[in-house]
Design a protein around this ligand. Structure first.
Ligand SMILES: Nc1ncnc2c1ncn2[C@@H]1O[C@H](COP(=O)(O)OP(=O)(O)OP(=O)(O)O)[C@@H](O)[C@H]1O
Ligand SMILES: [Mg+2]
Length: 463
C-alpha cells in the first residue's frame, strides 16, 4: 500500500443506492473509492483496481459474498475484507470471520462504527506490509558491515582502543553484559587488523556441550569417537593465519580450558584421535558476559588462561551507563530499518527511552525501535508504540503536567480540562489531524471528539 496516496476501497454490493451512500461517506473521509455491482465483477476487476480494502455485501444475486470472500482470501490473503451482513445473522457473521474476513458490520450500520473498523483494517494491513518489508530488508542487510555508533566519552575511548590494538596480533578480551555490542567490537577489531583478508571464524562456546565443542574447535580424525564419521577440520585449523572469535568463553569447561591454554601457549594442537601435531597461527578475540576475574577468584576459570586471553582488556559498558548515546543509536536504528525515510521518535517517547534501565542493552533498544516502526503508522514512534513496560504510568503523565505551570491553587476542574486538552492535541498531532483515528486513539467516538475540540478551541489553523 502506498502511504502517500489515500487508501483505496472497493465497494461490492448489488444495490446501487447502498454503493453510492457508502461512496459518499468514504470519499468525504478522504478515501479513494471504486464500485462493483456483483461478486463476479469484483473478482474480474480486482487485479486492475488493486484496492487496499474491500467492503463486501453478503447477499448478492450472481455470486454469493461468502464465495467471493473465500476466493479473495485464497488469492489475496493480505487484503482486508469487511463483510456487510444483515442484522441478526450471527450464523453468517461467524462463517465470514472463519473464512478470513477482517470484520463484519451489520446493516443498517452506524457510520461511526464502519469508519473505525475501516481505519483499523487499513492500519492492520499496513502493519503486515511493513513487517514484510522490514523482514526482507533485514535479510538483505545481514551481509553488510555495520557501523558502530556512540559519541559518549566511554564509547569513544573504546573505539580509540580498538584502533590502537586492531593491528597487533595480541589477544583481546571483551567483557560486558548481553547485548552491549561485544560481537560488533570483535568484528571491528578484525576488520581493522592486518588479518582482515584472512579467515575470520566465530565459535559460541556457550552453545555446545563439551564434547561437541571440543571437536568443533580441534576437529577429529575419522572414526575417533562414535558418530564422528570422516575426518573433520576444527575451527582452529580453519582460522589459521586469521582470527578466531571465542564467544561466551566463560562457559568453557575446565578440561577444555586446559586444552585451549595449550594451543595458545604453543600455537600447536592435535585433532581428536589424531597423532600429528599441527601448527597454527591464530589471533584470539574472546568475549564474556560474566566478570572473568571473579570467575577466576571463585575457581571456575583458570588463572593462567585468563592471563593469556587478557592481554588487552576492553570493558563494554551497559547502555544505562551511557544513556547519552541513546538518541544517536535510535537514529541509527531508524535508518537501518527504514532507509531513505524520515522516521522519527516523539520527544516524550525519547524521554522514556532515556529513563529506562535497558537490561538487554543495545540489542533491546534495537528491538524496541524495530517494533515501534512496525506499529506506528505515521513514521513517528510515540509512547503508544513502545512496549507496555516502557509506557509512562498515568500518574506520572498527570504529574508531569501538573508540575509544569506554577501549580499552586489551580482548581481540579481546570487542571483536568488542561490535561484533557493536551491529550487531545497530542493525539491530533500524532494522527496528523485525522479525526477518526484520533477518536480511536482516545477511545471516544467522533461526535464526542468534535464537541471537545470545539470546547477547547482546537482547530488546525489555530493550534
Ligand atoms: N555501538 C553500536 N552501534 C550500533 N549498533 C550496535 C552497537 N553495539 C551493539 N549494536 C547492535 O546491538 C545488537 C547486539 O550487539 P552484539 O551482538 O554485538 O552484542 P553482544 O554483546 O555480543 O551480545 P551477547 O552477549 O548477547 O551475545 C546488534 O544487533 C548490534 O548490531
Ligand atoms: Mg554476542
Amino acid at each position: 500500500m502506498n502511504r502517500t496516496m489515500p487508501a483505496h476501497i472497493l465497494i461490492v454490493d448489488d444495490e446501487a443506492a447502498m454503493r453510492s451512500n457508502l461512496r459518499e461517506v468514504l470519499q468525504s473521509e478522504g478515501y479513494r473509492v471504486s464500485e462493483a455491482a456483483g461478486g463476479r465483477e469484483a473478482l474480474d476487476g480486482l487485479e486492475e483496481a488493486a484496492p487496499d480494502l474491500v467492503m463486501l455485501d453478503l447477499r448478492m444475486p450472481d455470486l454469493d459474498g461468502m464465495e467471493v470472500l473465500s476466493t479473495l482470501n485464497e488469492q489475496h490473503p493480505d487484503l482486508p475484507v469487511i463483510m456487510l451482513t444483515a442484522h441478526g445473522t450471527s450464523e453468517a457473521s461467524i462463517r465470514a470471520m472463519k473464512l478470513g474476513a477482517y470484520d463484519y458490520v451489520e446493516k443498517p450500520f452506524e457510520l461511526e462504527e464502519l469508519l473505525i473498523i475501516t481505519q483499523r483494517a487499513l492500519d492492520y494491513s499496513r502493519m503486515l506490509h511493513q513487517n514484510r518489508d522490514l523482514r526482507s530488508r533485514m535479510n538483505q542487510e545481514e551481509e553488510l558491515s555495520e557501523e558502530l555508533v556512540g559519541g559518549s566519552s566511554r564509547m569513544r575511548d573504546i573505539f580509540k582502543m580498538v584502533g590502537k590494538v586492531a593491528d597487533t596480533d595480541t589477544s583481546v578480551l571483551l567483557e560486558g553484559e548481553s547485548g552491549t555490542g561485544k560481537e560488533m567490537i570483535a568484528d571491528a577489531l578484525q576488520s581493522h587488523s592486518r588479518r582482515v583478508d584472512k579467515p575470520y571464524i566465530k565459535v559460541n562456546c556457550g552453545a555446545l556441550p563439551e564434547s561437541l565443542l571440543e571437536s568443533e574447535l580441534f576437529g577429529h580424525e575419522a572414526g575417533s569417537f562414535t558418530g564422528a564419521g570422516g575426518q573433520r577440520k576444527g575451527r582452529f585449523e580453519l582460522a589459521d593465519t586469521g582470527t578466531l572469535f571465542l564467544d561466551e568463553i566463560d562457559a568453557m569447561t575446565p578440561a577444555l580450558q586446559v586444552k585451549l591454554l595449550r594451543v595458545l601457549q604453543k600455537q600447536q594442537f592435535e585433532r581428536i584421535g589424531g597423532e600429528k601435531t599441527l601448527d597454527v597461527d591464530v589471533r584470539i578475540i574472546a568475549a564474556s558476559n560474566r566478570h572473568l576475574e571473579t570467575e577466576v577468584r571463585e575457581g571456575r576459570f583458570r588463572q593462567d588462561l585468563y592471563y593469556r586471553l587478557n592481554v588487552i582488556y576492553l570493558h563494554i559498558p551497559p547502555l544505562r551507563d551511557h544513556p547519552e548515546d541513546i538518541p544517536d543509536l535510535a537514529a541509527h536504528f531508524l535508518k537501518k530499518f527504514h532507509p531513505g525515510k524520515n522516521a522519527m521518535i516523539s520527544g516524550r517517547a525519547m524521554q522514556r527511552l532515556m529513563e529506562y534501565h535497558w537490561p538487554g542493552n543495545i540489542r533491546e533498544l534495537e528491538n524496541v525501535i524495530q517494533r515501534g516502526l512496525v506499529l506506528s503508522y505515521s513514521e513517528v514512534i510515540t509512547v503508544d508504540h513502545l512496549p507496555s513496560y516502557l509506557q509512562p504510568l498515568e500518574d506520572e503523565e498527570a504529574q508531569a503536567d501538573i508540575a509544569a505551570p506554577d501549580g499552586e491553587g489551580i482548581p481540579l476542574k481546570k487542571l483536568l480540562a488542561d490535561y484533557e486538552k493536551k491529550l487531545i492535541r497530542r493525539a491530533l498531532d500524532e494522527t496528523e489531524w485525522n479525526r477518526t483515528r484520533t477518536a480511536r486513539l482516545l477511545g471516544i467516538n467522533r461526535r464526542q471528539l468534535f464537541s471537545k475540540m470545539k470546547r477547547y478551541g482546537l482547530d488546525r489553523g489555530r493550534s
